[in-house]
Write a protein that binds this ligand. Structure first.
Ligand SMILES: *[C@@H]1O[C@H](CO)[C@@H](O)[C@H](O)[C@H]1NC(C)=O
Ligand SMILES: *[C@@H]1O[C@H](CO)[C@@H](O)[C@H](O)[C@H]1NC(C)=O
Length: 502
């Protein structure tokens, strides 16, 4: 009983603790909101990224039509100078609460888990919240809201200029004109989302033409809402893999590589090869997949099993694969938009310009041992479009050699490096077709430097000399012994797949 009492007390304390972080009464909250919307450059939207020397244009480019507006107020109303009259009628501070919903999700070929079990109370001074935690429509209420009231609710993403929710006749007879959609803030800077409440003026609200480019000003004009904006709150979102994955799924932007940069930002997380390469140069993601063949056998007293499947590398995790799966060269996919693959998104115009340049670039793929740089594969002069369709189709300068660790029962890491260059590399001399010093002495950083290449993307995997692979070696030996018995010993018949680095 006492225990429950203490727990209750604790619960009450924590609840009051969370409420304390939120502005306390409607008046204070409204004052705070009125102040925040006027603050110039409180949020940097996209401009901040342009100051960074390594910024790619898609990182710094926001919606073109909003690029001159630097405060929430000017951005919302699309005016050069914000006037306090816009929010003269504020009387409501909507309490927006996102219920906790922890869970797993997949993004950028990796499984993520978000385990935070606390609810999110929206407040103009809140800490940026992960987009995953605000992916479901929140509860909205305020102090003197009555069940037979009728308000219009608008959510608009201030950074990206989109309409994220629109409901009318709330709460009496709520009709949703635009289903809730969470922000897809992929940039690391915090991004505000405005929750706007209009009182009912008796007119029927028309759904705006575009969700992608939502202009609050014309929405208010068309629906004669100028005097009816009575409530406002601001959700502040951060970024997370969920938002990055959402952008990628929508086909607009692939920003997954930023997660790799975070993972490998600490020097101790990189082995030799990656330490010597300027990882910050990367501007895209590569999806590397191997076709693993089915295997089912008994080796003395153990079952050896391997399902037939496509194995996609997970450089954000710690995936290990069987060396047996690396028998044949992998397929490589790296999305690059070219001018004829334009999306209709307006703010991607800048992105497009950036990508138009891609179509003239050539790419080279090198697969090396992460520790020593030993060269397993080199393809040069891969056209950009091939990377979009998983077809390497360049010029082979070093034949593929499978990723096999030296010692049985060990694993070894390998790196897949995608370089970009504007000049053809077809005159590069070819490497020997199996292991030789030339391959063992390969240095990716020197190769990059000497050939004036830019690092565009990378991936990694750990490949293991496991039981299935050992079984395969054994079977191979047996087969060779048999054929040697039959046709006599033939020297020099070395099958590349079964040779490891010496
Ligand atoms: C959960 O999120 C809240 C903010 O919404 C934060 O204050 C808290 O530290 C988070 N908890 C964990 C365990 O990350
Ligand atoms: C194949 O023959 C070699 C020598 O001739 C022998 O050492 C090896 O054990 C044989 N392998 C198998 C699997 O029988």
């Amino acid at each position: 009983m006492l225990k429950i009492g203490i727990r209750l007390l604790f619960l009450l304390l924590t609840i009051s603790g969370t409420i304390e972080a939120v502005c306390r009464d409607t008046e204070t909250c409204i004052e705070r909101i009125k102040k925040i919307v006027t603050e110039p450059r409180k949020f940097w939207f996209a401009e901040q990224h342009c100051l960074n020397r390594h910024a790619k244009s898609f990182e710094c480019g926001g919606p073109k039509q909003l690029e001159n507006f630097h405060s929430i107020g000017t951005r919302l109303f699309r005016v050069k100078t914000y006037h306090s009259a816009y929010l003269n009628n504020l009387a409501i501070f909507p309490r927006v609460t996102y219920r906790a919903s922890p869970g797993h999700y997949e993004a950028c070929e990796h499984q993520f888990f978000s385990g935070n079990t606390s609810a999110v109370e929206v407040d103009p001074d809140m800490e940026p919240v992960d987009p995953f935690r605000i992916r479901k429509r929140p509860e909205i209420s305020w102090s003197d809201l009555h069940f037979d009231d009728q308000y219009t609710i608008v959510f608009t993403d201030v950074g990206y200029g989109t309409l994220n929710y629109l409901a009318v006749d709330f709460p009496k007879n709520t009709k949703v004109l635009k289903e809730y959609e969470p922000t897809a803030n992929f940039r690391s800077s915090p991004n505000p989302i405005a929750v706007i409440i209009f009182r009912n003026n008796g007119r029927e609200i028309e759904k705006p033409k575009s969700d992608e480019d939502f202009d609050l000003n014309s929405f208010m004009l068309e629906n004669q809402l100028a005097d009816d904006l009575v409530g406002l709150s601001i959700i502040i979102s951060g970024s997370d893999p969920f938002a990055i994955g959402k952008q990628k799924l929508s086909g607009k932007l692939d920003y997954c590589h930023s997660l790799l940069l975070t993972k490998f930002s600490h020097p101790s997380s990189r082995q030799n090869v990656l330490q010597k390469l300027p990882l910050e140069e990367i501007d895209s993601w590569i999806t590397v997949s191997y076709e693993q063949e089915h295997l089912s056998a008994n080796v003395c007293c153990q079952k050896v099993k391997l399902p037939r499947k496509r194995v996609t590398l997970d450089p954000l995790g710690d995936l290990s694969i069987s060396a047996l799966a690396t028998k044949l060269p992998p397929t490589v996919l790296s999305l690059r938009m070219t001018s004829n693959q334009e999306s209709n998104g307006n703010y991607h115009r800048q992105t497009r310009n950036n990508y138009v340049g891609w179509s003239n670039l050539l790419f080279s793929l090198a697969i090396v041992d992460e520790n020593h740089g030993h060269l397993h594969y080199l393809q040069v002069d891969i056209p950009a479009v091939n990377l979009n369709i998983e077809k390497i189709g360049g010029i082979t300068k070093a034949e593929y050699l499978a990723l096999i660790p030296k010692k049985p029962s060990s694993c070894n890491s390998y790196v897949f490096l995608l370089f970009s260059h504007s000049h053809p590399m077809k005159s590069l001399p070819e490497f020997c077709s199996s292991w030789c010093d030339q391959r063992r002495q390969f240095k990716p950083d020197l190769f990059k430097q000497q050939n004036n290449l830019r690092l565009s993307a990378f991936s990694t995997v750990s490949s293991c000399y496991d039981l299935p692979y050992a079984y395969n070696v054994l079977m191979h030996d047996l087969k060779q012994n048999r054929s040697q018995e039959q046709i006599g010993y033939k020297r020099g018949e070395n099958v590349d797949f079964f040779s490891t680095v010496n």
